[in-house]
Write a protein that binds this ligand. Structure first.
Ligand SMILES: *Cc1c(COP(=O)(O)O)cnc(C)c1O
Length: 396
């Protein structure tokens, strides 16, 4: 998302109070387990630094990201909590991560060797977390390499180039709580921890549960839960309800133009929609370049003044049109149109876009961008509706 106001006026407003609330909800589900909040992909596009600070203040104790670069950016912005990063190449230079005290998730012998070599070079002990592939078949140590990785871990722990912080894995089917794969993966994780122990390699903690498992499978909490999406207030299993979570992102834009058109007029590229009657159209200056996917054309609503109005015709690169109806719905140029938000004022939810697009709300919130600016509502008690602009965070 861009920093300075580009004039388009589209905004992703992040309610940090909602993030804090959601972390507290997750803390209740965590029991005695710790909570690592996942802030990868710029905190699912909510702003990694602001979310990290808010989550830590609300009771999370660790952060998870994908890349070393994301982790270092948080560290250099002053985050002192443990940060785990888990997706690397075998030729990644791990020295900066080690110097910054980033916990490195390793998925292969080559990665572990690269971490250990960087530790020796930097005269530091690298903090390593072993990622086990327990059946997702994506990232993680493959079972045929596990013995070799354990042997190398044993040697690198002995020579103090490595400290083994944790063993973890990631579930393939957590959004189906009673899916047999969940138990199978948990069993493989436990067995891996046991065989590591018999080889003399003992992690300090074990973790597995993403948001879905944290909320529905308390038996899979191990020592720490590792939620992402739930912290942003989006239900990891929409069919099972909201779990008391509050969506944190509201996307809005100004009504740029209001105009009266007669019956039989066709609207936007390709003339795919024609006014069935005299009506009033509203122009919203946000388009597919900003994350309003073109395939949503004619299949979503915006809320203006608490009323919903349908998108008509094709979504363009920078703009789309809504039908305000024959009486214009009382909408004025300069009014705020809410594309999706928390739903409390009747506005659409990110889930509705996900349903229309046959995807998941993760992709909807991470897809908002282009000229959209980010604004924050602070988590602390504050006069209602105060929006803090933090351009240095908005520009990341
Ligand atoms: C993204 C991710 C998470 C968080 O998943 P959610 O479904 O958003 O809770 C946890 N662990 C790993 C390894 C991930 O990649």
């Amino acid at each position: 998302m861009s920093g300075p106001d580009t004039g388009a006026g589209s905004t992703a407003t992040i309610d940090l109070g909602a993030i804090a609330h959601n972390v507290r909800v997750l803390r209740e589900h965590a029991g005695d387990a710790a909570t690592m909040v996942v802030v990868k992909a710029d905190a699912y596009n909510h702003g990694a630094l602001a979310v990290a600070r808010t989550a830590l203040a609300a009771g999370a104790t660790e952060l998870g990201v994908t890349t070393v670069g994301e982790a270092i950016a948080l560290r250099q912005a002053g985050i002192t909590a443990p940060i785990l990063s888990w997706l690397h190449r075998s030729d990644t230079d791990f020295a900066p991560a080690i110097t910054e005290g980033i916990e490195i998730g390793v998925s292969s012998k080559a990665q572990l060797a690269a971490v250990a070599a960087a530790a020796v070079r930097t005269h530091r002990t690298a903090v390593v977390t072993l990622k086990i592939d327990t059946g997702l078949n994506r990232n993680g140590v493959a079972s045929d390499e596990f013995g070799d990785v354990l042997a190398l871990l044993g040697r690198t722990i002995a020579d103090e180039s490595v400290r083994l912080r944790a063993v973890f894995s990631h579930l393939a089917c957590a959004d189906v709580p009673d899916h047999p794969a969940n138990d199978r993966q948990a069993k493989v994780l436990q067995d891996s921890v046991a065989s590591a122990a018999s080889a003399g390699v003992r992690p300090e903690i074990v973790h597995l549960a993403n948001s879905a498992a944290a909320l529905t499978r308390h038996d899979l909490r191990f020592d720490m839960i590792r939620p992402g999406i739930a912290a942003y207030g989006l239900s990891p299993i929409p069919e099972l309800g909201q779990f008391g979570l509050k969506p944190a992102m509201t996307v809005s834009a100004y009504v740029a133009l209001v105009k009266r058109v007669s019956a039989g007029q066709s609207v936007s590229y390709g003339h795919t929609w024609t006014t069935p009657r005299d009506t009033v159209l509203g122009l919203i200056p946000m388009g597919y370049a900003d994350g309003v996917t073109r395939s949503l054309s004619g299949r979503f609503d915006v809320a203006i003044g608490g009323r919903r109005f349908p998108s008509v015709g094709r979504v363009c690169m920078d703009q789309f049109v809504v039908d305000l109806g024959p009486d214009g719905g009382g909408v004025q140029e300069g009014d705020t149109a809410v594309l999706f938000g928390s739903g409390v004022d009747g506005e659409p939810l990110a889930q509705e876009w996900a349903d229309s697009l046959d995807t998941i709300h993760y992709e909807v919130v991470t897809g908002i961008g282009g000229r959209t600016r980010r604004a924050y509502i602070p988590a602390v008690e504050h006069p209602a509706g105060t929006v803090l602009q933090t351009p240095e965070e908005a520009s990341t």
